[in-house]
Design a binder for this molecule. Structure first.
Ligand SMILES: Nc1nc2c(c(=O)[nH]1)N[C@H]1C(S)=C(S)[C@@H](COP(=O)(O)O)O[C@H]1N2
Ligand SMILES: [Mo]
Length: 346
């Protein structure tokens, strides 16, 4: 299916504003117009269901995780956590994908610091204390800084952006995030000319994070981006979703969101960000280097060694839909990879 450029089908005003953070009712009403154009990707009948999770083959819980993935409706929603009013039913992403219901977003999670069972994360994480919280930003910068979570919320204007999240396990959601461009934080610390990559480190707290007793992974969770990827306008640090601060299961109090890459790049509960000159080794690269590369760009043409990446299951919808190159963000990010072999650099 040829992707219809949103510039062809949306009023100019929406086109121009669609990549900005959207705040409040006006912006969401505007997105509803896009939904009316009916440009949601068609589902495909030739879908190949993944037969395993992203876990390294040795992990004994892999089968259980995929069984859980297909089972019943979510539970354990904290009563105080209902979404705020502007997020009424009609909002969509720019390709017409409906928002994934809040209850699903906060009850179907990958957060291996707690458990590999997606339906159990919310319950296990519900009393985890994520404040006070500090994020240390340093490495190859002129101006290293430690930010309190409140600094991050106040110094950088918090706005909203609706993104698709595509897990490497071939399921996806549409989530209205709240946050700010990572580029703003990086400019604040002033990377030196030697800085080529950004390395992210999540919290290490084995007393309170039961999954960190698992010998299958090297904790803490680490991720990385090339500096130009990190500076891209789509890359955000998220502090909330559905207009509320992040709940623990979503990576409170601050996480990365890189919408054109598989979900595992979007590291949760970050405590440290370093500018570095060599490519960081992520937790997933260390765990299974043949299955998880550094780039992890969503790419329907490059299968996972154990399953197809051509289609995906949108949480809350029946059937499957085609996976789009760079998760649908090709216009914005393809230029970052021109001349690169995306099979070799998977
Ligand atoms: N610290 C940390 N971050 C993480 C993970 C994790 O296990 N630990 N899982 C990743 C994976 S595989 C996905 S798909 C997304 C899931 O985000 P969500 O639960 O908010 O949908 O978080 C990513 N970030
Ligand atoms: Mo994932």
């Amino acid at each position: 299916m040829k992707k219809i450029r949103s510039s062809e089908i949306t009023p100019e005003q929406i086109y121009l504003s669609r990549r900005r953070f959207m705040v409040g009712v006006g912006a969401l009403a505007a997105s509803a117009i896009v939904a009316g154009c009916g440009i949601q990707p068609k589902s495909t009948t030739a879908a190949i269901a993944p037969t395993a999770t992203s876990l390294p083959p040795a992990d004994p819980t892999a089968g259980a995780a995929i069984a859980a993935a297909t089972s019943a409706s979510p539970t354990a929603i904290p009563p105080t956590a209902t979404p705020s009013a502007p997020f009424a039913s009609a909002a969509t992403d720019e390709l017409g994908g409906k928002l994934t219901p809040f209850d699903s977003v906060v009850n179907y999670n990958n957060f291996y610091e707690f458990t590999t069972k997606k339906e159990k994360v919310a319950e296990l994480a519900q009393n985890w204390q994520t404040e006070p919280w500090k994020v240390e930003v340093g490495g190859l910068v002129r101006n290293p800084k430690t930010y309190d979570i409140d600094d991050l919320r106040q110094k950088f204007t918090q706005q909203e952006r609706i993104y698709r999240l595509r897990c490497v396990e071939a399921w996806s959601m549409v989530i209205p995030w709240m946050g700010f461009p990572l580029a703003e934080l990086l400019k604040d610390v002033e990377p030196t000319a030697d800085a080529k990559y950004v390395r992210f480190e999540a919290i290490y707290d084995p007393d309170n994070l039961p999954g960190q007793s698992s010998p299958w992974y090297q904790w803490p969770y680490i991720e990385g981006l090339r500096l130009d990827e990190a500076m891209n306008d789509l890359t955000i640090l998220a502090t909330g979703l559905y207009g509320k601060n992040l709940l623990p299961q979503s990576g409170a109090p601050v996480r990365l969101v890189v919408p054109w890459k598989y979900g595992f790049k979007s590291i949760k509960s970050i405590v440290k960000i370093d500018l570095v000159d060599t490519m960081p080794v992520s937790l997933w690269m260390a765990a299974a280097p043949d299955e998880y590369g550094f780039y992890a760009n969503v790419n329907p043409e490059v299968d996972h060694p154990r399953w197809s990446q051509k289609s995906e299951r949108r949480i809350g919808k029946l059937g499957r839909q085609k996976t789009l190159m760079f998760n649908g963000y090709e216009e914005e990010v393809a230029g970052l990879y021109s001349g690169m072999d995306l099979r070799a650099n998977f």
